[in-house]
Design a binder for this molecule. Structure first.
Ligand code: NAD
Length: 354
């Protein structure tokens, strides 16, 4: 098969590409605009493979999308390109509406035109897989039941509202035009190659540098955490074995309060990096509570029993094993993250750096 993967230079998209190239015989075309979040260095392990192609494309650009669709003739599209950081969506929602809503619409229209012209057999087997978040369901209070595929949408942030809009568009393109779509909604991912503005890599890198570890509010916000490589395996299973028109929730059965996550990282670092920065006696002493994010969701928790039952997927990593692997990865991949922190990963691709 030939897969189009939008957002393949991002955190999850790059994990999906590494998974497909390293574990299957399929071909991948990575379509990415390379925003600040896109880093081709996350694909160094696979980029020399003859089954891997890269096209710098904005999903809002229908002419370019039409060109690459007709050139490569994909069998499936996995749509991950998005603006993905909640804090950035609060500071500047416009880019979220543009990429997540208008971009998804533009992609759907370009793909629909391409799909309409396919021969009947290819048309039936074609898949458009839209990758979304559990944040579209809003949040849960206390011990309320978990999010299922039937939970109604109640997004709280500009990010989750824009993702909710894109989910609705994808379902409408199936219902109205028959485009064979599938949607997945996943909980918080963590793991290697995660952009250092997100909680887990930020805490690891700040701690080893002796900087404050910022925790929003009282740190009691609960998230379900899934190791990114488990997510990549789930997405591959869904796109190849999932039923058209279905939605699958993907989660890790790992509900943790943010403060618990931060303290777990601190104790792993006590073990793995006992030589602390000057003036730091315990990593935990660096924890600093900061003003909560506006509209901050209290608890997300996902019921992933449908994908387990129907497609036989379960996560391989527990939070304890996954977070250890993640901390170890950041400790041994300084080159990757130091080039993100100093901006050289993006300067070079723009031809401006050394
Ligand atoms: P990311 O921010 O790391 O990567 C997004 C990628 O999309 C980047 O490579 C960026 O360059 C690219 N991109 C952005 N705008 C584009 C555009 N207009 N055209 C083409 N490419 C563009 O995001 P991520 O964490 O890898 O998330 C991927 C997808 O999974 C998103 O749709 C997100 O909503 C969803 N998701 C993420 C999580 C999570 O915990 N990270 C959880 C559930 C769902």
């Amino acid at each position: 098969m030939k897969f189009f993967i939008t957002g393949g230079a991002g955190f999850i998209g790059s994990a999906v590409i590494r998974h497909i190239i390293e574990n299957t015989q399929h071909t991948v075309v990575n379509l990415d605009k390379l925003t600040y979040a896109g880093n081709l260095e996350s694909l160094n392990r696979v980029s020399a493979d003859p089954r891997y192609f890269f096209e710098q494309v904005d999903i809002c650009d229908k002419v370019e999308l039409t060109r690459v669709l007709s050139h490569y003739q994909p069998d499936a599209v996995m749509h991950l390109a998005a603006e993905s950081h909640v804090d950035r969506s609060i500071d500047g929602p416009a880019a979220f509406i543009e990429t997540n809503v208008v971009g998804t619409y533009t992609l759907l229209e370009a793909v629909r035109a391409y799909w309409n012209d396919l021969e009947p057999k290819k048309k039936t087997s074609f898949r458009f897989h839209h990758i979304s978040t559990d944040e579209v369901y809003g949040d849960l209070e206390g011990t309320e039941a978990l999010f299922t595929e039937k939970t109604s949408y109640e997004p709280s942030s500009p990010y989750s509202a824009s993702k909710a809009s894109s989910d609705h568009l994808v379902r409408a393109w199936l219902r109205t035009y028959g485009l064979p779509t599938i949607v997945t909604n996943c909980s918080n991912n963590y793991g290697p190659y995660h952009f250092p503005e997100k909680l887990i890599p930020l805490v690891i890198l700040n701690a080893i540098d002796g900087k404050p570890l910022p925790v929003y509010g009282d740190g009691m916000q609960i998230r379900d955490w899934l190791y990114v490589e488990d997510h990549a395996r789930a997405l591959y299973k869904v796109v190849t074995e999932g039923e058209v028109g279905e939605t699958y929730n993907i989660g890790g059965h790992n509900e943790k309060a943010n403060i618990e996550v931060v303290k777990t990282i601190c104790s792993l670092l006590e073990e793995l990096v006992p030589n602390k920065p000057e003036g730091v006696s315990q990593y935990q002493d660096l924890i600093t509570y900061v003003t909560d994010r506006p509209g901050h969701d209290v608890r997300y928790a996902i019921d992933a029993s449908k994908i387990e039952r129907e497609l036989g997927w379960t996560p391989e990593e527990s939070f304890e094993t996954g977070i250890r692997k993640t901390v170890e990865w950041y400790l041994s991949n300084k080159q990757w993250w130091s080039r993100v922190l100093d901006g050289s990963y993006s300067m070079e691709r723009l031809g401006q750096g050394s």
